[in-house]
Ligand binder design. Structure first.
Ligand SMILES: Cc1ncc(COP(=O)(O)O)c(C=O)c1O
Length: 423
């Protein structure tokens, strides 16, 4: 297993050759709740939140958890209770964060395609800001706010044309991305906001991508955003209250250490000092990624065309990151005693797609059918991207807190599959 990942997933221990999550037996959890099973460590999530707060302590940021990473209500309640804010991208996420108890004043709403209904819901709730991503959206928001007799708080999302070294699907800050607007256009939008009776500017927003492990692109984006804030204030008499630096703080990988968040925090604080600006950050994966694992049971081992396939009961329907983004997740046998000799294998799921796999060309001690495997760093964009494709049932989720293990989402039943069908 990659050294970076092993260090990152600290609660994992082997006792008598059997993998445990802290004090919790993964085998017992899998036995009780069945597999595939998502396991989250709430204490670890809170520890990660402290890491973010410590890194940016000098500027005392609003940490707005990026709900899309993992929207489980119990996790959201945990984060709301710890004073977190929320970064949302849909009316559905707004519904969840309100249900979880996030104060609306700590909620920011991003996304290139907000509908009028979603804008109405955000205005009615009294959210902190709409992160606006186009001139058309700004017009629409002004109209919706006018109908409601309110003024909508806005931060324009700037596309800084900064290329982050990450997968092309998780890169969002280069000019050709669909996200944000160019800096000159952003300044023009602040002029429109200043002149609009139902819009007011509160901040400037940027998000350059996900799994970014170097400070440098964040700091380049920050310079662009500071320029936009300065120009908006000069040209429109606007008062910019905060800079939102987005999320994307990279976690450890098999051959890579996580982003040095403390160094980034120091550099950001240096640039913001004396400017009267507060800071918002939007981590998703950094808070929940390595606090979660997916337990899956081996169904069969088959050999075909020179490849050894380990067929597990979890696949792309439970964790799509490997097939969608080339995401690499370490896969560890839970019971060492059951481990066979190391072979190069593909770990695949039961879904009827050749692209359904959890790992390819992976050296793994060959497990026997029935063996449990643990897929690591699956807390972010795991269950959140799960689907019912092939009419598969989405798995159960368990939240660990200290000695307690609480079922926080039941495994779906067949009746759930057809619940909304009208015939
Ligand atoms: C606007 C915005 N903020 C924050 C995030 C969170 O990214 P990450 O989970 O990599 O921290 C995303 C992810 O797509 C995003 O689009």
């Amino acid at each position: 297993m990659g050294a970076g990942v092993l260090r990152a997933v600290r609660p994992l221990v082997r006792k008598g050759g059997v993998l445990q999550w802290g004090r919790h037996s993964i085998e017992a959890l899998a036995e009780e709740h069945g597999t595939p099973l998502y396991i989250y460590d709430g204490d670890r999530v809170l520890e990660r939140l402290r890491t973010v707060r410590d890194a940016f302590a000098e500027v005392d940021p609003l940490v707005a958890y990026s709900v899309k990473a993992n929207a489980n209500l119990a996790l959201l309640r945990l984060l709301a209770g710890a004073g977190c804010g929320a970064d949302i991208v849909s009316g559905g996420e707004l519904y969840r964060v309100r249900k979880a108890g996030f104060p609306a004043g700590r909620v920011v709403f991003a996304g290139v395609g907000k509908s009028a209904a979603e804008m109405r819901e955000g205005i009615r709730a009294g959210i902190r800001a709409f992160h606006v991503e186009s001139a058309g959206e700004l017009e629409a928001l002004g109209g919706v706010a006018g109908e409601a007799g309110r003024s909508a708080p806005v931060a324009v999302r700037v596309n800084p044309d900064v290329e982050a070294a990450t997968h092309e699907f998780t890169r969002t800050g280069h000019a050709a991305a669909k996200f944000g607007v160019a800096p000159e256009e952003a300044v023009a939008l602040y002029r429109r906001i200043a002149a609009h009776p139902h819009l007011h500017a509160v901040g400037v927003d940027v998000h350059i991508g996900s799994q970014v492990r170097s400070s440098e692109p964040f700091l380049r984006a920050l310079e662009v955003v500071l320029d936009v804030a300065g120009a908006a204030e000069r040209e429109s008499g606007t008062r910019i209250g905060y800079i939102d630096l987005g999320g994307g703080f990279g976690i450890a990988g098999p051959a890579a250490e996580e982003l040095d968040l403390a160094a980034l925090g120091r550099a950001v604080a240096r640039r913001l000092r004396g400017r009267g600006l507060s800071l918002v950050v939007e981590p998703g994966r950094f808070l929940v990624g390595d606090a979660g694992a997916l337990a899956t049971r081996v169904l069969y081992v088959k050999r075909s065309g020179g490849i050894t396939f380990v067929v597990a009961d979890a696949g792309m329907t439970e964790l799509i990151r490997p097939s969608h983004y080339g995401g690499r997740h370490e896969i560890v046998p839970v019971r060492e005693a059951g481990r066979g000799r190391v072979e190069r294998v593909d770990v695949v799921g039961p879904v009827c797609e050749q692209g359904d796999f959890l790992a390819r060309d992976r050296d793994l001690s060959l497990p026997a059918p029935g063996a449990l495997l643990c897929v690591l760093q699956a807390g972010a964009y795991g269950f959140a991207m799960a689907s019912n494709y092939n009419s598969r049932l989405r798995p159960a989720e368990v939240l660990l807190r200290g000695d307690r293990a609480e079922l926080v989402r039941r495994r779906e039943k067949y009746a759930d599959l057809t619940r909304n069908e009208c015939t």
